[in-house]
Design a protein around this ligand. Structure first.
Ligand SMILES: Nc1nc2c(ncn2[C@@H]2O[C@H](COP(=O)(O)OP(=O)(O)OP(=O)(O)O)[C@@H](O)[C@H]2O)c(=O)[nH]1
Ligand SMILES: [Mg+2]
Length: 320
């Protein structure tokens, strides 16, 4: 475990190769954050910005601009890009590198594409844990990019404090498929490709959608921003709006929205960690101890299950 401690100490000093190595260990299922939490200790504050939307909407291009604004504000920026459809390598990853190459030589910018090489809990867990390590390494802004709207992407967006849903005039099908789900995950709508025909109409349509389906009173009203990922227009306003959302969340810590995000994360952590322990308890306790019952077909699996649930050795393994 001392090598883990050394690695985390290095990473906490902002050492990028140590951070990269630790993230690789996460991907390989070789690093478990709860068990090294005491080495990580208190981390500085960080904001997780989720960026999602249909393929090719301009997410990476916008992130490139956001990095520029973050760096101008004097903070370090980190990006974690996930494309579950191509977990190891793939077009999107190469594309992301090219799109964000403006920051290639800036050692205060850390860009990483994530894949899952069999770690339990999959890519959303790796993303969450990698973001935590980046936070420990001093990154104040951590951007999470995902493509599409599957359960994995939603899980990743649930990790984020501020979620941008990037849409373009051609996103009709995407909006249809998401409907209420869009309102649920979005904190800010971004209509990108403002140079394209139909972008203003999309802004108006989204305004209508936001007005008719929002709860009102002191809830956050979803802003709709118009941007251009090629020349950057609208992106500094977008960065200001992100900062407004962060301030809103910080001043409404007791409201349902803030607590819902935190509670979601905590529930996920409990379920995920317990299922790892249950798995190892099942493997350690069940085969030997219940061999006799299992080989007797007249004993139902339900009755064996009920006995296991009252087996102190078994439950002790899970809770130890
Ligand atoms: N016309 C126009 N093209 C844009 C704009 N923003 C980005 N693009 C182009 O759209 C294409 C896709 O941009 P990306 O930034 O890679 O989009 P993405 O959403 O990250 O794509 P995936 O990660 O593959 O889903 C690229 O060719 C960009 O140059 C824009 O505002 N206007
Ligand atoms: Mg991209």
């Amino acid at each position: 475990m001392t090598d883990r401690k050394a690695l985390i100490d290095k990473l906490k000093q902002g050492n990028a190769p140590a951070l990269a190595r630790a993230i690789t260990l996460l991907e390989e299922g070789e690093l478990d954050i709860p068990s090294v939490d005491q080495y990580i200790g208190a981390t500085g504050k960080a904001v997780r910005i989720g960026v999602t939307g249909p393929p090719g909407a301009g997410k990476s291009s916008l992130i490139d601009w956001l990095i520029k604004h973050i760096r101008n504000s004097g903070e370090m920026a980190g990006v974690l890009a996930t494309d579950p459809s191509s977990p190891f390598t793939g077009g999107a990853i190469l594309g992301d590198r090219i799109r964000m190459q403006h920051h290639f030589l800036d050692d205060k910018v850390f860009i990483r594409s994530l894949g899952s090489r069999g770690a339990q809990g999959g890519i959303s867990r790796i993303t969450r844990d990698a973001a935590h390590l980046m936070q420990a390494a001093g990154y104040r802004f951590i951007i999470l990019e995902t493509v599409g709207v599957g359960q994995t992407e939603l899980d990743i967006m649930n990790i984020a404090d501020t979620v941008l849903v990037v849409l373009v005039p051609e996103s009709g099908d995407f909006i249809q498929a998401m409907k209420a789900g869009l309102m649920e995950i979005a904190d800010i709508f971004v209509v990108n490709k403002s140079d394209r025909e139909g972008s203003k109409q999309l802004v108006n349509a989204l305004k209508l959608l936001a007005e008719t389906s929002q709860p009102g009173h002191d809830a956050w009203e979803i802003p709709i921003m118009l941007t251009n990922g090629l020349d950057g227009s609208g992106t500094s306003e977008l960065f200001q709006t992100i900062q407004k959302h962060i301030e809103f969340m910080e001043s409404h810590k007791e409201t349902a929205l803030f607590l819902r995000k935190r509670l979601h994360g905590l529930k996920q952590l409990i379920v995920e960690q317990l299922s790892v322990r249950i798995n190892s308890a099942v493997n350690a306790e069940v085969p030997e101890h219940y061999k006799k019952e299992l080989s007797d077909p007249s004993i139902s699996l339900y009755s064996i299950f009920n006995r296991i649930m009252h087996d102190r050795d078994f439950t002790a393994q899970i809770l130890k």
